[in-house]
Write a protein that binds this ligand. Sequence first.
Ligand code: PHE
Length: 351
Amino acid sequence: MSTADRIAALRSEGEAAVSSATGTAELEEVRVRFLGRKAELPNLLRDVGKLPPDERGPVGKGANEARKAIEAAVEARRAELEAAELEARLAADVVDVTLPGSPAVPAGHHHVITAVRREIEDVFLGLGFRVAEGPEADLVYYNFDALNFLSNHPTRLEADTFYLADDIVLRTHTSPMQVRAMELQPPPIYIIVPGRTYRRDNDATHTPQFHQVEGLAVDEDVTLGDLQGTLLSFARAIFGDERDVRLRPHFFPFTEPSVEVDVSCFNCTHGFLRDGGRCPLCKGTGWIEILGAGMVDPNVFGYVREHGYDPDRIQGFAFGMGIERIAFLKHRVPDLRMFYENDLRMLEQFG
Ligand code: PHE
């Protein structure tokens, strides 16, 4: 075959391959096959100088034209293919706004203990209290000593309390924040302290880790009547407007006098169910214990006297309640441990 024929053949082969390319990637392969550095046509052009002089002109011209023709065909085909590919992408990307959206990820909700804690906080914020928090691992000094616990008080024993060191415990109640808060600011002080607490207990009505909310109000002329009124507002906000509270004498080392506070039963009338049976919630008494409280013992003020707490000039009341207990009464959960088993069938009932 003469060189001129070969060039003509390459040109028509190249043009045919270009026009049958079905995508830009395939087109690029065709371009490399016919016009790339190792392809036949460019090699012919490169070697034109080695030909006999009378062939150089015609071969060079023919090969150059063939190359230009294939290049032009490639560019034209590329434009066509790119347009078609863009069209296809646009068609595939069309959003059908009538389709249902992907379902939103459910937002979830607070754990029932968190929800009840926040509900309690809301009530006391409304009564003018601030929310403060304290350490869960605390000094024996704050957990017991400065709260006027005698050195031989039974709850100090390891049987009841988790010790981290001789002088450090996992707090057994939120009351250590009473003295800590008073060290931080002079009276008047109106705070509540929600938080985790720990005791060596584990049964249907006790878990080793639980939550309390402490309350502390110290000012001039604070009385037991203020305590009762505050707790009545609280009880009605949480358990319903018809509730009453009653105070029964009790003992805590850090309050004097001390009381246990009951709320009137919201499940029965004076202890009796509609059918005349005895109410299981209040055990027929008509009253349900909800918390411990009292007037701050002057001995406790003795530990913070230099911070402005002169027991001859100021008084205070304090109270402490278990959040699990409030949640359990409010929602009638049969076993406190269910709060911590993370069974969604249980938790989802409190959305
Ligand atoms: N800290 C007490 C308890 O855990 C409750 C309490 C708090 C009592 C404040 C009186 C005053 O039982």
